[in-house]
Design a protein around this ligand. Structure first.
Ligand code: AMP
Length: 505
């Protein structure tokens, strides 16, 4: 059997007339149309000299042709390399030189600069704009729709996704056809996706969440997706009357909760709300349940691994947890220093192993070796614990752990206590260099506009709730926490902003 994800998805293709994608402006693309477009694009790739194993770097706005390009790369045996649209030309230079693509597809507005990067590599440059126009589609429409899908083994590369890496150089996570297929099939089953589903797809498609989780799951299930270029809460709410599923990042749910129209009636057609890519506040989970009658299904994954754990479809979806390991995935918690497996309910490093786990970092064999244990477990860099029921709790990235006066302080624990103070919207707790303590626990807090909360008020509220070494030395109020496009709070940005906070002792 051809292990190529394209073959697994579409060969054979029954019911080609079935709707695959509806766009924001009402265009309807059937599965047959989508597969034909991938054939034309795969032929166009061939005409550009793209061979199996070659990388195709893509920095374009979200569109149906952009999604088809991902599928066409798989079909042609090429390695798809999506890039965040926010990257500047300067940042792009690193990815391009590191990955050595044969073809770079970019927005027409960026093409001049990209040509400069491509020239030394002899890479071809094509354009594709937000409406799906540009040189790539001009070439594709002139090509036949038939294309013989390139045979691939499960271990062959399908994609390289650069990690958002907030420290050091971004690393290219190598994902195989088998990684993508196994994870998508597991999720289809766990989340009960089928042909009757209509997913509201408002995520970017350069990241694992929108590209692999949302798109692969929908396509494997032969469901339909409504493709929105951006997340607009009013628009998404309006679609809930005729959609069945939403996959979002926590900020999407927070923003939807601000819509006065969000009610049980408004979500009557919806079957499931899924959240991931960043921690969902327990408060958001509760508020959502009150307003809509649905418990948000939170799951946990990362670029390198796809999805690792998920709250159950049936059974308790526990706020503040990411659920048990997915079928076929092993999750354990270890002592970060020794690698010794820890007992239930003990905090340590989360490690995972399974068919979903990537095959290593592109051209970084040492980095790869350093992040895998000898028995094949990948060291995620996330701290957490597994409770008696087998549910995983995430306490944050290891690099966000604060060591103050020699004691470990888990930011999530402090954030949980601060968030529970009336008048607090949300918080981020960081470690900032401190002359006495090494790092000073520092809270950055967003408060309700109407709340009369000040630093002393926060300190007083924590007095009896947290051991002294965990209590913030300073509380700083801000209007918003800095977040990236996936809704993750950028703690590195906060650490930089307040680096000198305790400099005077
Ligand atoms: P990325 O590779 O951009 O998908 O980021 C992966 C990281 O996001 C993980 O290692 C976690 O730190 C974080 N993450 C993803 N899902 C969750 C979740 N449900 N709760 C908490 N953190 C999460």
């Amino acid at each position: 059997m051809n292990a190529n994800i394209f073959a697994r998805l579409f060969e054979p293709l029954d019911e080609p007339e079935r709707l695959a994608i509806e766009t924001a402006d009402g265009a309807r693309i059937s599965y047959g149309d989508l597969v034909a477009l991938t054939g034309r694009l795969a032929n166009a790739l061939g005409a550009r000299g793209v061979q199996p194993g070659d990388r195709v770097a893509v920095q374009v706005e979200k569109s149906v042709p952009a999604l088809a390009l991902y599928l066409a790369c798989a079909r042609a045996g090429a390695v798809y390399l999506p890039l965040n649209t926010a990257y500047t030309l300067n940042e792009l230079a690193y990815f391009v030189s590191d990955a050595g693509p044969r073809l770079i597809v970019c927005d027409p507005a960026a093409s001049e600069g990209v040509r400069g990067l491509a020239a030394p590599l002899n890479a071809h440059v094509d354009t594709l704009d937000a409406d799906g126009r540009g040189s790539l589609m001009e070439a594709a429409v002139a090509m036949p729709a038939d294309f013989a899908t390139v045979p691939r083994a499960g271990g062959d590369l399908a994609a390289i996704l650069y990690t958002s890496g907030t420290t050091g150089r971004s690393k290219g996570a190598m994902l195989t056809h088998a990684n993508l297929v196994s994870n998508a099939l597991t999720l289809v089953e766990c989340w009960r996706f089928d042909r009757n589903d209509v997913l509201i797809h408002a995520l970017p498609i350069y990241h694992t969440h929108g590209l692999f989780v949302a798109s692969n799951v929908t396509l494997f299930a032969r469901a339909a997706m409504i493709f929105l270029a951006k997340f607009d809460p009013a628009r998404v709410l309006g679609l809930m009357g005729r959609a069945t599923a939403l996959m979002g990042v926590p900020t999407h749910y927070v923003r939807l909760l601000r819509e006065p129209g969000l009610s049980r009636e408004a979500v009557r057609a919806m079957r499931v709300f899924i959240s991931g890519s960043a921690p969902l506040l327990a408060d958001t989970h509760r508020e959502w349940a009150e307003r809509t009658g649905h418990a948000i299904l939170e799951r946990y994954g990362m670029t390198e691994t796809g999805m690792n754990t998920s709250n159950p479809y049936d059974g308790a979806r526990v706020a503040g947890t990411v659920g048990p390991a997915l079928p076929g995935v092993a999750v354990r918690v270890t002592d970060p220093d020794t690698g010794r497996v820890l007992a239930r309910d003990t905090i340590g490093m989360i490690e995972v192993k399974g068919p979903n786990v990537f095959s290593g970092y592109w051209r970084m064999p040492e980095k790869t070796r350093a992040e895998f244990r000898a028995d094949g477990f990948f060291i995620t860099g996330d701290l957490g614990k597994i409770d008696a029921a087998g549910y995983v709790h995430i306490l944050g990235r290891g690099k966000d752990l604060i060591i103050s006066g020699g004691f470990n302080v888990y930011p999530k624990e402090v954030e949980g206590e601060i968030d529970a103070i009336p008048g607090v919207v949300e918080s981020a707790v960081i470690g900032v260099p401190h002359p006495d303590f090494g790092e000073g626990v520092t809270a950055v807090v967003v408060r309700d506009k109407a709340a009369r909360l000040d630093e002393a008020g926060v300190m007083a509220a924590l007095e009896d709730r947290l051991a002294r070494f965990k209590q913030p030395k300073r509380v700083i109020f801000v209007d918003d926490l800095p977040r990236n496009t996936m809704g993750k709070v950028q703690k590195n940005v906060l650490r930089d902003s307040y680096a000198a906070l305790y400099a005077d002792g």
